[in-house]
Design a protein around this ligand. Structure first.
Ligand SMILES: NC(=O)c1ccc[n+]([C@@H]2O[C@H](COP(=O)([O-])OP(=O)(O)OC[C@H]3O[C@@H](n4cnc5c(N)ncnc54)[C@H](O)[C@@H]3O)[C@@H](O)[C@H]2O)c1
Length: 323
């Protein structure tokens, strides 16, 4: 009984690796180290430095290890880059997933937890107080979001035709660190972007201060990466024990925090005065994106436990540790 964790050397994947070990799982990690770090996870773990785009090598991994379930996090995640290199994103995220599920079919592996994203919803204009539930029509607006939605579609097809049991976890904004050495080092999400600006002695930009929200900045749903990692183990236990074939599940805190509130918390935790630069709204940034997390609570028995202070404090410690 071996669990394959793809992308296990990445920011979120490494947290999932430690949670899986805590859950007593035998695991093998597959990662091409394109954005991940081998040093994030124990050297004693079986590790396959393989790209999912290399079909032959993916199949070999399944021949060597007795894999019985897969948590699939490997992928490219930069929305902006996906606009510039859509084919690359399709090849990495969709081509990679196709090779992975083909190897699963070949070896009769059916339990599948997939890293999807709130980006599948696109920019729903539901008003600042509305919650996004899984029943909302998916209309991704970036190639990145499209690759996640296509990944879900392929997984669903395998569930319907080949009895895969799939939980597609639609993460909202992930931040924080479960351990200082596992922090997010890539400046593509608000918290590390602000940290990077502070390191360069620059002021962070806030895109849009005239949204119909209490302080005028965008509202997003921030979930602590440690809570998110625990959701993966709950999802895995669920697919292993259920007859349900395909289930998309939002993973967020279930309440929103504004960009100004995040920056104020970073200022408090870092003890650095911050005067954000007010910039124009960006295209494709809705006023609010907040998850309805009732399905995760009802079906997985999971709820996020950590708050914004935990997120920013742990992220700041990790950032300082990795400087
Ligand atoms: N970080 C977020 O806020 C967020 C939000 C929604 C969804 N996600 C999804 O979660 C997953 C993990 O994200 P992360 O934040 O940990 O990013 P990350 O870049 O830190 O981790 C991705 C890991 O996948 C590996 N990888 C990439 N392409 C690969 C390939 N072709 N073959 C094998 N390994 C490959 C990388 O080396 C890296 O270790 C991604 O699929 C991402 O799209 C992340």
């Amino acid at each position: 009984m071996t669990l394959l964790i793809t992308g296990g050397a990445g920011y979120i994947g490494s947290h999932v690796v430690f949670e899986a070990l805590k859950d007593g799982r035998e695991i093998v990690v597959l990662d091409d180290l394109s954005t991940g770090f081998r040093s994030r996870i124990p050297t004693s773990l079986p590790f396959e430095e393989v790209s999912l785009t290399d079909r032959e090598s993916v199949f070999k991994v399944f021949e060597v290890h007795n894999i019985t379930g897969v948590v699939h996090l490997a992928g490219k995640k930069q929305v902006g880059e996906s606009m510039l290199r859509p084919e690359y994103y399709w090849n990495e995220n969709v081509g990679g997933l196709q090779n992975l599920v083909a190897a699963m079919v070949e070896h009769g592996v059916k339990d599948f937890v997939f890293s999807s994203s709130a980006s599948v919803y696109g920019e729903p204009d539901l008003g600042p107080d509305a919650l996004i539930s899984e029943g909302l029509e998916c209309k991704p607006i970036s190639p990145y979001g499209e690759t996640k939605f296509e990944g879900e579609r392929i997984a669903k097809e395998h569930a319907e035709k080949l009895d895969f049991k799939v939980a597609a976890l639609r993460y909202f904004n992930v931040a924080g660190a479960g351990r200082p050495e596992l922090g997010d080092q890539l400046p593509f999400n608000l918290v590390p972007i602000v940290f990077g600006a502070l390191d360069r002695a620059e002021q962070p930009k806030v895109f849009g201060d005239d949204y119909p929200t209490p302080d005028g900045s965008c509202i997003r749903d921030y979930v602590h990466v440690q809570d998110l990692a625990e959701a993966h183990i709950s999802a895995l236990n669920y697919v292993e024990n259920s007859q349900e074939t395909f289930l998309p599940i939002n993973v967020g805190a279930g309440h929103g925090v504004s960009v100004f509130e995040v920056i104020a918390e970073i200022s408090r935790v870092s003890d650095i005065e911050i005067s954000p630069v007010h910039a124009q709204r960006r295209k494709g940034d809705p006023a609010a994106l907040v998850a309805d997390v009732s399905r995760a609570a009802e079906i997985l028995g999971w709820r996020s436990k950590k708050d914004l202070s935990d997120i920013v404090t742990s992220a700041w410690n990790a950032w300082s540790n990795n400087r």
